[in-house]
Design a protein around this ligand. Structure first.
Ligand SMILES: CC(C)(COP(=O)(O)OP(=O)(O)OC[C@H]1O[C@@H](n2cnc3c(N)ncnc32)[C@H](O)[C@@H]1OP(=O)(O)O)[C@@H](O)C(=O)NCCC(=O)NCCS
Length: 423
């Protein structure tokens, strides 16, 4: 049985941060009703690759949901929302600041309508923030949550990361909050409000950088290859340094292309074996007993030399071959995988992390699969819905509306965009 079977979610989320969370809940078996404005989630038409077809931006974040269109700016639309809310366990939204209040459904109102419902919101900064009135996108959160200032190299500009830590990262936190609130609701009968700010979500993912921020009050950070010193204040950008208890870095492999790199962690326990291999391949018999690398503290101090030697060895092998060599020595490592590498990777196939789907408008396409594997409730991934595909089905099945009532509401504009005012 699906783990979240019986949980119904009224999903007003849009763009990425919210939909990524509600998609995960749908994959765990919740009935997710995506309530869209009559014009649809904006991402349906953003970055389109097939004319007139829902974009991959939309399809990859909205699988296993049902779509209904409701005009929440019309009185009839608001009434449909209220009745749906009474039948749902969770309502989710990630509108900009003040939007849910303008629509007339802040948490207090939602709680009054359905005291058992959990309400879950993503905001850029959250209601108690001095930045509460600001909108936010992924890279705004990366900039303000500490990720950008610590990504890159000291002399270069700050960089964003390709992982969507502000959007998808925050969506995951929202799901955790919802599951906890549902558990609490099952004990108390009362729903509660779950709010996650993207800036907080990114800070949470940068925890070790705040560890280093505090360590800088006591001394330099020996594990970094970049200069650090007591009292320097901000944790530095440190390239590909591991920034952890074990030394790590990315080194270039043969034939030297953009993604011909491997990340290597020179764990304390594996140095001797690695040094032996380097000494044989590079003809350096003294390396194994070289006092410069004898202890982890010495290796920290002489990191640049150590990485140069490992780099020389790496250039003799391609990344897969070098991975194999390092695996035999029990050295933790990982080749840098491009999206193309991943598309063809055995792991990805075996763990269903690329899932082929069909879509009435775009034909065959692929989604990234379910990263959480539940032994009794495996995810069954289904395509995203067309805009309003399930409006009538939901009104009939969930609200028990008759054909006449649906027709009457349709006529009144409950499911369509308000007519433009005459100039
Ligand atoms: C992402 C974001 C910047 C997009 O901004 P935006 O495109 O201007 O969208 P907003 O959420 O501010 O506004 C949505 C509008 O659609 C309207 N709308 C939404 N659903 C509707 C519906 N079913 N019927 C009628 N109108 C609807 C809202 O009422 C609002 O209109 P208003 O401004 O006249 O009140 C903003 O939503 C935001 O900051 N969200 C919180 C942070 C977040 O999740 N960011 C991550 C994005 S991946």
């Amino acid at each position: 049985m699906e783990a979240l079977k019986g949980i119904r979610i009224l999903d007003m989320t849009h763009v990425q941060a919210g939909p990524t969370g509600s998609q995960l809940m749908a994959w765990m078996g919740a009935d997710v009703i995506k309530l869209e404005p009559p014009t649809g989630d904006i991402t349906r038409v953003q970055l389109r690759d097939v004319p007139n077809a829902d974009s991959l931006y939309f399809t990859m974040l909205n699988c296993n949901k049902r779509s209904i269109t409701v005009n929440l700016k019309s009185d009839d639309g608001k009434q449909v929302f209220i009745e749906l809310l009474k039948k749902c366990d969770v309502v989710m939204e990630n509108f900009g600041p003040g939007v849910i209040e303008r629509l007339g459904f802040p948490w207090e109102k939602v709680h009054e309508i359905n005291p058992r419902a959990v309400m879950a919101s993503i905001k850029g900064f959250g209601s108690s923030s001095p930045y509460a009135n600001l909108k936010a996108y992924e890279n705004v959160a990366q900039a303000m949550g500490g990720a950008m200032s610590t990504t890159g190299v000291p002399e270069g500009p700050p960089f964003v990361t390709g992982a969507q830590i502000g959007d998808t990262g925050t969506g995951l936190l929202l799901v955790i909050g919802i599951l906890a609130a549902l558990h609490h609701r099952n004990h108390t009968g009362q729903g509660q409000y779950v709010e996650v700010a993207m800036m907080d979500g990114v800070m949470n993912l940068c925890r070790v950088k705040f560890r280093d921020h505090q360590r800088l009050t006591r001394g330099a950070l020996g594990e970094y290859t970049v200069p650090t010193h007591q009292g320097m204040g901000a944790a530095p950008r440190s390239g590909n340094d591991s920034g952890g208890g074990q030394l790590g870095n990315a080194v270039r492999c043969k034939p030297g292309g953009t993604n011909d790199f491997i990340y290597i962690v020179v764990q304390e326990a594996v140095w001797d074996a690695l040094a032996k291999r380097i000494s044989v391949e590079l003809g350096l018999p003294g390396l194994v007993t070289d006092p410069k690398f004898a202890t982890i503290d010495e290796r920290r101090r002489n990191q640049a030399d150590m990485w140069e030697l490992i780099g020389e060895l790496a250039l003799k092998h391609d990344k897969r071959e070098f991975m194999q060599i390092l695996n035999e020595l029990d050295v933790p490592c990982g080749p840098v995988m491009s999206t193309e590498d991943l598309f063809n990777d055995e792991h990805v196939k075996l763990r269903s992390m690329w899932v082929e789907l069909d879509h009435p408008q775009r034909g065959k396409w692929w989604n990234v699969g379910m990263p959480i594997k539940l032994s009794n409730s495996p995810a069954d991934i289904k395509r995203s819905p067309l805009l309003g595909e399930h409006t009538e089905e939901v009104l009939r099945q969930v609200l028990g509306y008759s054909d006449e009532k649906i027709a009457q509401l349709r006529q009144a504009g409950a499911f369509s965009a308000s007519p433009k005012k005459a100039a």
